[in-house]
Write a protein that binds this ligand. Structure first.
Ligand code: SF4
Length: 400
């Protein structure tokens, strides 16, 4: 169990659930599966979770709740961001609603008592929405979280009815603070499937993780649009022009900009781009954060730089925080050359022969994309996390 995490966007991992099964292309090189079959295979939390098939370690489908770690968040005194079930999926069908509620209750109580922020990332967005819409789920969460808080609050505070001893009643209409919900989105199909489910789930904070980013996603649909404006006191802000909206006829979800109207006044007619009926255009919540990155580890796939740039620029236009986590194993060839030999890039275009001289075997480590860009396999450490020469630290910004 890692208190400190090597994952760049969190402070600690809480592997309360281990074991999983592949669900979409982003899972192909699942790091958790490889680890469970190699370095961690003798550990009680991973034993028997994988089997060897043609020299590869694959999940057996067994999912384990590591109950011996259920109290860990209470033992971590300093407030931190905690990634929940980094080596599994909290909303896997093998977990009962009651088990998930018990884990949620610890998150609710540990946020209340310790100030931790829990990051829950899933590829099973539909199950997440179903579970978090169920009143029975919240009844159990509230009861168990209340018991945790009472148990850890001293008698004097209880007599004084200290704020520490009281906890809100949470539910689908009143999500608990301190729990972020996110979905992995790697391509257009997964965006279509998972983002509407995330937006339909009650949450204090919603994020999308595009890691690895494997296909061009029409981000314009999934992000509201905004324009720079100034408040009366002169401070700048992004004024929303088009909100996220849902068609009450066919269930289409997306940015209002695509609904074929330029006005959100009461009298305006807006039409669903899917069923073409006139819709009310009720406002949906938007995403709070998008995290993007390339893949690392054996078999890592490369991502054309245009996919990252498009996402970054549309997040900026929408006023949504953007975090570029890492390039991963592969980096855009031009970005790498600018990184290691900026003086040579300034002198004129570099060829791949130039890259070879810089220590990269381009024949073995170059991939050309259909848009004309190329990626070099230089390893995660050398590739770093600069996109067009700068860091994008949306995660730290929202953390503040
Ligand atoms: S959902 Fe996550 S843990 Fe499960 S197989 Fe996919 S990548 Fe691995």
């Amino acid at each position: 169990m890692a208190e400190k995490s090597a994952i760049e966007w969190t402070d600690a991992t809480w592997n309360i659930v281990t074991g999983c099964s592949l669900v979409s292309p982003a899972c192909t090189n699942c790091y958790a599966m490889r680890l469970a079959g190699t370095r961690m295979k003798g550990h009680a939390s991973r034993r028997g979770l994988t089997r060897e098939v043609n020299g590869k370690h694959v999940w057996t489908g067994e999912v384990r709740v590591n109950w011996e770690w259920i109290e860990l968040p209470f033992q971590w005194a300093r407030a931190r961001k905690i990634f929940v079930a980094a080596h599994g999926d909290l909303f896997h069908a093998a977990l009962s609603m009651s088990e998930i509620a018990t884990i949620f209750a610890v998150m609710v109580a540990a946020h209340h008592l310790r100030g931790h922020v829990f990051q829950v990332l899933t590829k099973r967005a539909e199950r997440m929405r179903e579970v978090l819409s169920d009143p029975d789920f919240w009844a159990q969460v509230n009861a168990e979280a209340g018991a945790h808080v009472l148990e850890r609050t001293d008698a004097l505070a209880r007599r004084r009815d200290d704020a520490r001893a009281t906890l809100g009643e949470y539910g689908a209409d009143n999500p608990p603070p301190g729990i972020w919900l996110g979905v992995t989105v790697e391509d257009p199909q997964r965006a279509d499937e998972r983002i509407p489910e995330l937006l339909a789930t009650s949450a204090a904070f919603r994020f999308v993780s595009c890691e690895p980013l494997l296909g061009a996603i029409p981000w314009k649909r999934w992000l509201p649009t905004a324009r720079p404006a100034k408040r009366p006191d002169g401070t700048p802000f992004l004024a929303p022009l088009f909100y996220m909206t849902k068609c009450e006829h066919c269930g289409w979800v997306g940015s209002g900009e695509l609904c074929g109207t330029d006005s959100w006044g009461d009298d305006s007619d807006i039409f669903c781009p899917s069923c073409h009926q006139s819709i009310r255009g009720d406002e949906l919540p938007s995403l709070d954060l998008v995290i993007a990155g390339g893949e690392s580890g054996p078999g890592a796939r490369s991502t054309p730089i245009a996919l990252f740039r498009s996402l970054r620029d549309q997040c900026a236009a929408a006023g949504v925080a953007f975090d570029f986590k890492q390039w991963g194993e592969w980096i855009d060839a031009d970005q790498f050359l600018a990184l290691v030999a900026p003086e040579r890039v300034a002198a004129g275009p570099l060829t791949f022969v130039g890259a070879t001289k810089l220590g990269v075997d381009c024949l073995a480590a170059c991939e050309h994309h259909s848009d004309g860009s190329s990626s070099l396999r230089v390893g995660k450490r050398r590739a770093g996390r600069l996109l067009d020469g700068r860091e994008h630290n949306g995660l730290r910004e929202v953390g503040r």
